[in-house]
Write a protein that binds this ligand. Structure first.
Ligand SMILES: [Zn+2]
Length: 296
C-alpha cells in the first residue's frame, strides 16, 4: 500500500521544487436555498522565506496555514501575502492571514481601493454572499506594478506581470527559474462561468502570457495545473471563451440593448446555468462597453 504524502492528505499539492498549491472549495448563494459550488486555488512559494499568493475566502486560513505547515515551515516564516487581485475569493482570508503571520500584503495599485475598503467593493461589485466570503479589509503594505520583483529568498524572485481585463489591476506572477507561471484569474477557463470586466484587455493580457518564454507549468486559480502542450491550449481556450461570448452578446443585443435581457439571452445561447446570471452580467456589460468603443 502506498502511504499518501502529508500534503496529499491535507490537499496541499507539490507543484514544483518551490511552489505549492491548496484548493479551497466554497459556495455562493444563488437564491431560494440554492448555491453555486465554486473553488479557488491558492499558492505558496517556499525558499529561504515563505510567500503566499492569494488568501482564498473567509475561513480559508486553516487550509492555507496548513499548506505552510505541511512543508515543515511555520506561519511566522511567511514574509509576504501577494494578492493577484481584489475579488472576494482571493482576499477573503487576507485579514486573518495577515494577523496570524504578521506578513506584508502586496497588490497592484489599481486593486487597492477594493482591498482596503471591502464595503466599497460590496457596493460597486455586489456579488451574492459577499459578506460571508470576505472577513474584512486589509491594508496594502506594498503596491505592485508591471516589472516589479518579489523576493522569495536569496537572489530568487517572482516577476510581476500586469494582466488586466479580469479586473483593472489583475497580476500574474512568474518564477522564471522553475518556469512556473501563476495567472490568477487572468485566463477564462472553458466550461467555467466567464468573469472579466474588459474583454479587449483580457485578450491582450492572454497574448502577453502567450509570448512569455520558458513557461513549463501554468497555474490558474480556477483550473488544474497545465504542463507542456496543455499550456498553449489553455491560453488559446481562454481567448476562445471571450470570442464565443462576444459573438453571443453581438447576437443578443440585436433584439434590444437592455443589460438584463442581453445577459439572459447570452446565458441561454451558451447554455450556462441560470445561477450564472448575477455573476456574468458584469462580463456582458464589459462586452457592451467594448462594442461601443468600436468605430461604427
Ligand atoms: Zn477574480
Amino acid at each position: 500500500m502506498t502511504v499518501p504524502k502529508l500534503w496529499e492528505v491535507r490537499g496541499t499539492k507539490n507543484i514544483s521544487d518551490s511552489v505549492y498549491s491548496a484548493r479551497i472549495p466554497f459556495r455562493i448563494p444563488a437564491g431560494e436555498g440554492r448555491f453555486m459550488e465554486r473553488f479557488v486555488n491558492t499558492f505558496m512559494t517556499v525558499d529561504r522565506g515563505v510567500c503566499l499568493i492569494d488568501a482564498g475566502v473567509a475561513g480559508s486560513t486553516g487550509s492555507i496555514l496548513g499548506m505552510v505547515r505541511d512543508t515543515g515551515r511555520e506561519p511566522g516564516e511567511v514574509s509576504a501575502l501577494v494578492l493577484t487581485h481584489s475579488h472576494p475569493d482571493h482576499i477573503g482570508g487576507a485579514r486573518a492571514i495577515q494577523k496570524a503571520t504578521d506578513c506584508i500584503v502586496a497588490a497592484h495599485q489599481a486593486e487597492r481601493a477594493w482591498i482596503e475598503d471591502t464595503a466599497l467593493q460590496a457596493r460597486e461589485r455586489p456579488i451574492p454572499g459577499f459578506s460571508t466570503l470576505v472577513e474584512g479589509p486589509v491594508q496594502i503594505d506594498r503596491l505592485l506594478a508591471d516589472g516589479d520583483r518579489i523576493q522569495i529568498g536569496g537572489d530568487r524572485s517572482l516577476g510581476v506581470i500586469h494582466t488586466p481585463g479580469h479586473s483593472p489591476g489583475s497580476i500574474s506572477l512568474f518564477l522564471e527559474d522553475e518556469g512556473v507561471l501563476i495567472s490568477g484569474d487572468a485566463l477564462p477557463v472553458k466550461g467555467a462561468i466567464p468573469v472579466y470586466d474588459d474583454p479587449v484587455a483580457s485578450v491582450r493580457s492572454i497574448e502577453r502570457l502567450e509570448g512569455l518564454a520558458g513557461v513549463k507549468i501554468l497555474l490558474s486559480s480556477w483550473d488544474s495545473p497545465k504542463k507542456g502542450e496543455e499550456i498553449k491550449m489553455a491560453l488559446a481556450n481562454g481567448k476562445e471563451v471571450i470570442r464565443a461570448l462576444q459573438a453571443a452578446v453581438a447576437k443578443a443585443v440585436r433584439k434590444g440593448p437592455d443589460l438584463s435581457d442581453v445577459t439572459r439571452r447570452v446565458v441561454e445561447t451558451l447554455e450556462l446555468p441560470e445561477t450564472a446570471l448575477p455573476v456574468i452580467s458584469r462580463t456582458v456589460a464589459g462586452h457592451l462597453r467594448a462594442m461601443d468603443r468600436r468605430p461604427p
